[in-house]
Design a protein around this ligand. Sequence first.
Ligand SMILES: NC(=O)c1ccc[n+]([C@@H]2O[C@H](COP(=O)([O-])OP(=O)(O)OC[C@H]3O[C@@H](n4cnc5c(N)ncnc54)[C@H](OP(=O)(O)O)[C@@H]3O)[C@@H](O)[C@H]2O)c1
Length: 340
Amino acid sequence: MGYRVVVVGATGNVGREMLNILAERQFPVDELAALASRRSLGTEVSFGDTTHTTKDLDTFDFTGWDMALFAVGSDATKVYAPKAAAAGCVVIDNSSLYRYDPDIPLIVPECNPEAIHDYKNKNIIANPNCSTAQMVVALKPLHDRARIKRVVVSTYQSVSGAGKEGMDELWDQTKAIYNPTTEVEPKKFQKQIAFNVIPQIDIFMEDGSTKEEWKMVVETKKIVDPSIKVTATCVRVPVFVGHSEAVNIEFEEFLDEDEARDILREAPGIMVIDKREPGGYVSPIECAGDFATFISRIRQDSTVENGINLWCVSDNLRKGAALNAVQIAELLGREVLKKG
Ligand SMILES: NC(=O)c1ccc[n+]([C@@H]2O[C@H](COP(=O)([O-])OP(=O)(O)OC[C@H]3O[C@@H](n4cnc5c(N)ncnc54)[C@H](OP(=O)(O)O)[C@@H]3O)[C@@H](O)[C@H]2O)c1
């Protein structure tokens, strides 16, 4: 006996990946409902060898469904997630709406699986921001060994992190550069993204940081340890899929780069590719479609007392969103619902 699973936002970047990953990992699905807005009513989406016709979220009854993986924006989540939760269907949400609610667990299964039991507070579990998810998978095992004091991170985030419209904008602007008769004005991004980089993701906060940067700070504290200080600069780059991060970590105790490499090699969810030769590291193109978070360029930072630098790359639609949500669904199944 398996689960009755709903994928909400099944026509989007993350929703489609959720369907792929549920099938790839052979999640025990007895029945599947693929939902989107009325706009795409009747659109067909693939789930393994089968296709499903999307239904309208607005009229869907969640009663009797075990779990709903939500991948719509915060506005739609605010309306429909409480309905699903009240109907007894556990919500695993990808938006930022519930991440900072102290009653709602924010889970990366490699880091804080024990938080799963708090799902019952509101029948909702939150999935972190894409740039946080891949970073904390690397931070947690290092923190367990040498206690992290401070993290300085710069991100290089792909356009798919801004949904399917973000991918279209990069594609259309790139084509327009080779065909100057058409001009594609920035809509999803604040400036031209083709052949450019943009040091702004999400809105500005009062202190001059952006909300994406703030999310990395607050979410790292909630998932790994409130004592860790994080400062982030988040940058959008003209890459379709795969976020990269240059991470500088300062520890309480000395951690040798070789030991850090060994710890990361053993850590769940991580693949270390770290050869000190041209091309001996992972770039976003190579991580797209993969489950792992890839770590390269591990090296001592001798400018602080106990410092390590590393390069962290992962498929933002997978570990940053859909994979993490499916891993939470697996955890919920294993620890709580116990079907399948
Ligand atoms: N992309 C990432 O790397 C990433 C990472 C972490 C979290 N997230 C979060 O995941 C969510 C989805 O992101 P995405 O990148 O998949 O966006 P997307 O590609 O733009 O897809 C949005 C999905 O939401 C549906 N939708 C929007 N408004 C709706 C409504 N009122 N009722 C029903 N369905 C509605 C859309 O359906 P239609 O096709 O019918 O419009 C579509 O299926 C967002 O909250 C995002 O912040 C994304």
